[in-house]
Design a protein around this ligand. Structure first.
Ligand code: CO
Length: 180
């Protein structure tokens, strides 16, 4: 299709990444196209999960795939994290909005999610392992919470230069006069 939606990644520190995303109101063809384009962006960027603010949309949509198998595609629209449970687990996370930056983040092992699929069918499930990890990371994006907020002071220091480079790159991408 010639007119397929195509998204670029939104990188830290773009303001849209800090704004709480808003609920999706219509389970229509536009939503289906957004979700499909988010999956294409995620796969092309070799990610395992993507939240709508990461493609510049203030919408409560997550897509993820923990295995690379199409059957494991998971779409969560308007998700609520009903419960987090299990022991805290530390795991090295990356984020498509922070290219090249990885940091250990502690999160509870499991999460229970209530959401809708792309057609508006309700989903309620408890996830563990890598899927739970991805969901919790992506859910943070909908609340404006980023990897940099979750990393230890030591990691922040270790990534100081890389983070500053992202800020510089963002500033350079803005029209003159819009710099803050
Ligand atoms: Co992320």
């Amino acid at each position: 299709m010639a007119d397929e939606l195509e998204f670029d990644l939104t990188l830290y520190p773009a303001p849209v990444l800090r704004r709480p995303a808003l609920p999706v109101e219509a389970f229509d063809d536009e939503l289906a196209q957004i979700v499909a384009a988010m999956f294409r962006r995620m796969v092309a960027s070799q990610g395992v999960g993507l939240a709508a603010p990461q493609v510049g949309l203030k919408k409560r949509i997550l897509v993820l795939n923990d295995s690379g198998q199409p059957a494991d595609d998971l779409v969560l629209v308007n998700p609520t994290l009903v419960e987090r449970s299990g022991p805290p687990v530390t795991f090295e996370e990356g984020c498509l909005s922070f290219p090249g930056i990885y940091a250990e983040v502690e999160r509870p092992e499991n999460c229970t999610v209530r959401a809708f699929d792309v057609q508006g069918q309700p989903i309620e499930a408890t996830y563990g392992g890598f899927v739970s990890r991805i969901i919790q990371h992506e859910y943070d994006h909908l609340e404006g919470v980023l990897l940099v907020d979750r990393m230890s002071r030591a990691d922040k220091l270790r990534h100081k230069t890389a983070l500053e480079e992202l800020v510089d790159r963002y500033k350079r991408s803005q029209p003159t006069g819009a710099q803050r």
